[in-house]
Design a protein around this ligand. Structure first.
Ligand code: FMN
Length: 190
């Protein structure tokens, strides 16, 4: 079993990653999401989101305590996501995590995050573009919710991500409409 320190925008920055990984018990940290629109993200922006990249060595980037760190990207344009994923890997990120769960209205209105759960083909295109672009050994993980309004596409979405070649899948077991309200459950209907 592996324990991953979940990303939390505005909460789990590099200082928190440093603190919590010193306490120990985590196998991997995932950064807060880095928003990808239609440009290659600047080096500075990458280092701001993930200062651990500046200390990356041949084994990649880690917290001071030695816990690997993976950059999370959030975006909707497959080519642009792939180019930025390749850049993050070059800088030493331990793989790439893709955010398909963000419920923010502003992000969703710009076709990013959980809105993509409405069409498994969109998920496929993004994951596939990234897998085709990063080195074969780079781990690509995706994080989904169970759906946008309902859970009817949960399995299809997971299958699309698998078919596109993702290595790992994280499920935040709520729909976008459920926000962060309890309960958080896979349920029996999906
Ligand atoms: C304030 C806040 C910020 C979050 N930011 C991110 C994020 O940047 N990327 C991500 O994949 N998940 C993000 N999440 C989702 C969490 O990582 C987690 O998957 C979710 O809250 C489910 O856990 P819970 O049932 O304990 O809330 C965020 C959650 C909260 C509450």
């Amino acid at each position: 079993m592996r324990i991953v320190l979940a990303p939390m925008e505005g909460v789990l920055d590099h200082l928190m990653r440093d603190l919590l990984s010193r306490v120990g018990g985590y196998d991997l940290c995932v950064t807060e999401f880095v928003r990808v629109v239609d440009l290659l993200i600047s080096d500075r922006a990458f280092f701001r989101a993930c200062p651990e990249l500046t200390n990356a060595n041949a084994y990649g980037c880690t917290t001071e305590a030695g816990t690997p760190v993976r950059v999370q990207l959030l975006g909707q344009n497959p080519t642009c996501m792939a180019d930025n994923a390749a850049k993050a890997i070059e800088f030493g990120s331990h793989g790439i995590d893709i955010n398909f769960g963000c419920p923010s209205k502003m992000v969703n209105n710009n076709r990013g995050g959980a809105i993509l759960l409405k069409d498994p083909e969109d998920l496929y295109q993004i994951v596939n573009a990234i897998k085709q672009t990063v080195p074969a050994e780079a781990i690509v993980s995706a994080k989904i919710r169970l759906g946008y309004e309902d859970k009817s596409l949960a399995i299809e979405n997971a299958q699309a991500i698998e078919a596109a070649g993702a290595n790992e899948l994280t499920v935040h077991a709520r729909t976008k409409m459920e926000g962060y309200r309890p309960p958080c459950s896979l349920g029996m209907d999906c």
